[in-house]
Write a protein that binds this ligand. Structure first.
Ligand SMILES: Cc1ncc(COP(=O)(O)O)c(C=O)c1O
Length: 437
């Protein structure tokens, strides 16, 4: 029997950490009111609560206009359509993100161009963007990942120089700020997700924000089956989807938004305490905070684990940490071009073949070493809600991490179902996953 729970010792934590999502009577009353109103859907568009929420959410982030939509994936598709994306256009995307950042590019028959991430932030490395620009490039799609922002100063400068659009994927960044401006308000448009794991949630849901009326009008038309926007100044007409949000979701999100600032403050205070407790532990590394990121949106606490230093693979570290009672992840994302959730059949995406004798092979054309190391070796992701508890809870998380680090000798060569689970990709997990999100 060893010291670690995974080898038979006592776990640091038996009691679950803070649950997610958080809700109260506010959400219950709001949903009840929608139910009684019999006005449930997104039509007529924009419906009352969805519109009120969307405008509030946009203003909260410093943008003029907001649109509440079905989820964060379609929010990206809508934003790309709003900047006038056409089949065959290229979009510069980070290699390290959720597949849902890149799927919409493909679904519009545009072409993603993967760029590696910065090892200090795990967000797109702005220094590598110019090399990826071609005459077909139409937009840059940075993701503010986990707890950091992409370098919006550099990205927007490049976009101005090359007349490109910037769509910020803010699925992790509710309440975050760059130079005191809210997430999504620096680029042409910002997109958000309210899926269950996010910093505020209605189970599913999304938002698009912008200060550009023409983009806003196009976004409305695409979201609402091609109908004219509410202002219709630019009179754009094209086929759209039904990507509207229901009034139930909007009612919940109103309450979630009211709670967000206090929750973000608490998450951040606990994460800072956690980081101090880890101190300078050899073999662990931290992401750097850029002073221009004036408010952190703490979606997940991400740090780096060195398998070489500890002599045990990351999956073993994570399996052991989970057995100590701490929810955690490693293969949270993989370089999208390598992911099983990104199968690419060139016959379905004709733009991959346009102007070429052979279609571009998105699976083999890119090699992004920082993203690959983060994905398969070093990144450790801790969900935000475990930092919504007491200081003692946070101390337990730190104690558990340090305990596993001090006893990695017990993990060498160890086989255990918890370790196997931690080595599974997101594509494989639904078979074993009990977590709701
Ligand atoms: C970075 C990123 N982009 C886009 C999305 C897509 O959001 P949704 O799941 O709401 O469609 C997500 C969320 O899962 C995400 O994490």
């Amino acid at each position: 029997m060893g010291k670690l729970a995974i080898t038979g010792g006592q776990p640091v934590r038996r009691k679950p950490l803070a649950p997610w999502p958080v809700y109260s009577l506010e959400e219950a009353r709001a949903v009840q009111n929608v139910l009684a109103s019999r006005n449930w859907g997104g039509y007529p568009f924009p419906n009352k609560l969805a519109d009120a929420f969307a405008q509030k959410f946009a203003r909260f982030h410093g943008a003029k206009y907001g649109l509440a939509v079905a989820n964060g994936t379609v929010a990206i598709e809508i934003a790309l359509k709003a900047v006038g994306m056409r089949p065959g256009d290229e979009v510069i995307v980070p290699a390290y993100t959720w597949e849902g950042t890149v799927g919409p590019v493909m679904l519009l028959n545009a072409v993603p161009v993967f760029v590696d991430v910065d090892p200090d932030t795990y967000c797109i490395d702005a220094k590598l963007i110019e090399k990826a620009i071609t005459p077909k490039t139409r937009a840059i799609l940075p993701v503010h990942l986990a707890m950091r922002f992409a370098d919006l100063d550099a990205i927007c400068q490049i976009a101005r120089d090359h007349q490109l659009a910037v769509v910020e994927d803010c699925a992790h960044a509710h309440g975050g700020k760059w130079r005191k401006k809210g997430a999504g308000a620096t680029g042409d448009l910002g997109t958000f997700s309210f899926q269950s794991s996010k910093l505020m949630t209605s189970g599913e849901g999304g938002a698009v924000i912008t200060s550009n009326l023409e983009c806003y009008e196009r976004a409305q038309t695409y979201t609402n089956c091609g109908r004219a926007s509410s202002t219709d100044k630019f009179r754009h007409r094209f086929i759209g989807h039904n990507y509207r949000m229901t009034e139930f979701q909007a009612a919940i999100l109103e309450a979630q938004l009211r709670r967000l600032p206090v929750q973000n403050k608490m998450r951040l205070a606990n994460m800072e305490h956690f980081e101090k407790r880890l101190g300078v532990t050899p073999g662990l590394g931290f992401l750097k905070r850029d002073a221009r990121q004036t408010a952190v949106a703490p979606y997940q606490y991400v740090f780096k684990y060195s398998p070489e230093h500890f002599g045990a693979p990351r999956a073993a570290f994570l399996g052991a940490l989970e057995m100590e009672g701490i929810p955690c992840d490693g293969l949270f994302y993989e370089p999208v071009y390598k992911s099983a959730l990104f199968p690419v059949d060139a016959r379905e995406y004709p733009a991959l073949s346009w102007g070429r004798s052979e279609p571009i092979d998105l699976k083999t054309s890119f090699h992004c070493p920082v993203a690959e190391r983060a994905s398969y070796e070093e990144a450790v992701w801790l969900p935000h809600h475990i930092f919504l508890g007491s200081r003692k809870d946070t101390d337990d998380i730190a104690v558990a991490v340090l305990k596993v680090c001090e006893n990695t000798g017990e993990l060498r060569g160890l086989k255990h179902p918890a370790i196997e689970r931690k080595a599974m990709s997101r594509a494989e997990r639904p078979r074993v996953e009990r977590r709701m999100w």
